[in-house]
Design a protein around this ligand. Sequence first.
Ligand code: UDP
Ligand code: MG
Length: 319
Amino acid sequence: MSPKYSLIVPIYNEEETILEMYHRVAAVMDQLDGSAELILINDGSRDCSLSLLRDLHQKDPRVCYISLARNFGHQIAVTAGLNFVRGQAVIILDADLQDPPELIPHLIEKWQQGYQVVYAQRTQRRKESWLKRLPAYLFYRLLRRLADVDIPPDTGDFCLMDRRVVDILNAMPERNRYIRGLRSWAGLQQTSIRFERDPRFAGEVKYTFRKSLSLAANGLVSFSRLPLRLSTYVGLAAAVAAILMAVLVLYWRIVSPNSPLTGFATIMIAIFFLGAVQLVSIGILGEYVGRIYEEVKGRPLYILSEMGGFTEELPIYKR
Ligand code: UDP
Ligand code: MG
């Protein structure tokens, strides 16, 4: 019998938070109007997280776990979870209790009203430094301007998705998985609830600056082709500037032959400016070409090393 609700929690070195997270999530699961499973995905943790997951699975049959062969990253860990869920409504939340599990009944309420996606939108991030908040704030606004689909700002992966949406996500073959974008791309009936994001329960942030940057680049490149067009625009602008400059120089030459406009500094600035424009353009191109390369190789998204609570044979990987 498949459960009504599936909860997905990705875990990377979260030994300090797992038990508290389990207690709070289990308390919520007890109150739901149907059966629920909790799927914990170990994303190649190097601490005791995996043995904690095994223990939880032993104690509570509602808890299942999947262990990835190494650290594949948060988005891939969630994707692995989505591949294995069996519920009719699927809820994704973080292990560090920044997404309060007590909000789950409110998400479910909206689902029961007929929405297929209910995402949680942050109104405030408590106790996070402005070094994280400001870039995030700016990025979500930029993404909203550039992206082809309407990706709501200040939403993370904390959401509820109907089975239909999960099936759509699972059918998408792409490797660069910006889940909050793919979720918007699917369309159907979507709504939000607003919440204040709590501080991390314990431990360090697992999303390093580099990982956050790469997530942001994935979001932009996967959902917008505008950056590619940028070099065309800048190139055209530079061409216009060059023509104007040529006319100006000619004019100065005729009117006053000792004009300062044709000096060394002018040439250096022009060379550096054009050099910079070209290198940045190549860099932007590289972001797209690199991703095409990833897609063409067609490697599996992740490799599994262990799982508990699933009756089917352990596939080494799922595409
Ligand atoms: N996480 C993961 N793999 C990673 C990095 C993070 O599975 O490579 C998980 C982590 O355990 C947590 C969630 O993703 O459950 C969010 O990570 P974190 O709280 O560090 O990032 P935040 O979104 O709060 O900046
Ligand atoms: Mg967090």
